[in-house]
Design a protein around this ligand. Structure first.
Ligand code: ARG
Length: 473
């Protein structure tokens, strides 16, 4: 047991209490951010004359050593310490004795942990954005290749109207595009620095909060020190955005699972992304898609858990907040893992174009277009709807599709039909006449593809050079 705050105590902490309270097993994940924060803090203390430039210089150099040595594995993060902050400070004091003891001047672990978590999440927001971008590239590639691949579009999981695979994929493109926008929004709101908030009420030292904020790549300091130490909104926003990403991935997975089934056979998942059965030799299961669908609940759980943790916490810092970490780390690993795997699976899936087309041909997906044909020949829409309804019944009875009816059969139901009905209800016509922007028609789709390509070229996540400057590497 090694802790920073023994002075006021006359008894040793109970071992169980110590373990219950400690966070080193998980907060070592942001050791790098902790050291970066300390470097910025100490450099500023030196510039402000709170420490001498020499003291500050020594501490900064040793902090860099500690980071390098832990990364190289020559310095082990000892779980004897209460948390990662105590570990770094203890090593510094072992090495620099009294100078090391000055690191924590004008700082509390409350603003320190608030900073570490914020920097860690900020980094993950950017890396989530990059994964989303990769997924969008993959989706766009499929869209470009399949503007003429006709498939049934569904409502209520019943065949509704013909669309194209490009159009279906384009819907997911839009969803993941919004997810990227959410990442960017979160970044814009969260990118203010809590360092200098102290325990809750700032400090009496003349800290330069603008300087530390800038050194750490923030837009500026947070404007209220109580909020600085106790705000976890950005974690909640990020978990919420990740939950939405997972919801999108889960819907997409569900489609892949359905499409991969024997009944549909719209896709074949690559061998590298499917698994077999221990008993049934014929099986090739879509486990990856099922796992992505299943793991969605876990990410939602993290969101609800943190919202619940935060709801009863009075200002300012309370230890409840330590609970923000494990669930967030787990949600990040889960969502990022799912994004990467899903992308790999989608990039290698084989689309069975013939199956898609014949499925569209069999499900009366052109019934609306048959009704529109009648409307274009002067029949009021409600009457046209009724006529085509009778046509569908007739076809079901004979087990044929609308275009397999003879003109005589059609005329028996409505004399308005002429030879050009066959062209009007061909799947190709049905799709390609839908030309308003956002619709599946080839020309409309090609316009959208151009816009999406432009979007992908333009959106880069902000990446400053603060880290290179701070660490000098
Ligand atoms: N491990 C703590 C956390 O994650 C660090 C802050 C400790 N502050 C305190 N006043 N005990 O929140």
């Amino acid at each position: 047991m090694a802790q920073l705050w023994g002075g006021r105590f006359t008894k040793e902490t109970d071992k169980l209490v110590y373990n219950f309270n400690a966070s080193i097993t998980f907060d070592q994940k942001f050791l790098k951010q902790d050291i970066e924060g300390s470097i910025a803090h100490v450099s500023m203390l030196g510039k402000q004359g709170i420490l001498t430039e020499e003291e500050a210089g020594k501490i900064v150099a040793e902090l860099k050593n500690i980071l390098e040595q832990t990364e190289a594995g020559t310095l082990e993060i000892s779980e004897e310490y209460e948390d990662v902050h105590s570990f770094v400070e203890a090593v510094l004091i072992q090495r620099l004795s009294d100078t090391g003891k000055k690191l924590h001047t004008g700082r509390s672990r409350n603003d320190q942990v608030a900073l570490d978590m914020r920097m860690y999440v900020r980094m993950e927001v950017a890396s989530t954005d990059a994964l989303l971008r990769d997924l969008l590239e993959t989706i766009l590639k499929i869209m470009k290749a399949h503007t003429e691949t006709i498939m049934p579009g569904f409502t209520h999981l019943q065949k509704a109207q013909p669309v194209t695979l490009a159009h279906h994929m384009g819907a997911y493109f839009e969803m993941f595009k919004r997810d990227r926008m959410r990442m960017r929004d979160i970044y814009e709101r969260m990118n203010y620095c809590p360092l200098g908030s102290g325990a809750l009420a700032g400090t009496t030292y003349p800290l330069d909060r603008e300087d530390t904020a800038q050194a750490l790549g923030f837009y500026g300091p947070m404007l209220n020190s109580m909020d600085g130490v106790s705000d976890r909104d950005y974690v909640i926003e990020y978990l919420s955005a990740l939950s939405t990403v997972m919801m999108h991935l889960s819907r997409f997975s569900e489609e892949i699972i359905i499409w991969n089934s024997n009944e549909y056979q719209f896709v074949e998942i690559d061998d590298a992304y499917s698994t077999g059965s221990s008993i049934m030799p014929q099986k090739k299961n879509p486990d990856i898609a099922e796992l992505v669908r299943g793991k969605t609940g876990r990410v939602y759980g993290a969101l609800i858990s943190l919202l619940t943790t935060m709801k009863g916490i009075p200002l300012a810092y309370n230890k409840d907040m330590q609970e923000d970490k494990e669930l967030t780390f787990d949600a990040i690993d889960t969502a990022k893992g799912c994004l990467a795997l899903f992308q790999g699976m989608l990039a290698t899936v084989r689309f069975q174009e013939d199956r898609m087309r014949s499925s569209a041909a069999l499900g009366f997906t052109n019934a609306t277009d048959a009704a529109d044909y009648l409307v274009n020949h002067g029949v009021p829409f409600r009457d046209a709807h009724g006529i085509v309804g009778r046509i569908v019944l007739y076809c079901i009875d004979k087990n044929i599709s609308i275009d397999e009816m003879s003109l005589e059969e059609l005329k028996n139901i409505s004399p308005v039909f002429e030879e050009d009905i066959y062209e009007a209800v061909s799947l190709k016509t049905c799709v390609n006449k839908r030309l308003t922007i956002g619709a599946p028609g080839k020309e409309a789709m090609e316009q959208v593809i151009l816009l999406e390509e432009k979007y992908l070229k333009e959106t880069e996540f902000p990446k400053g050079d603060w880290e290179e400057k701070l660490l000098g590497r």
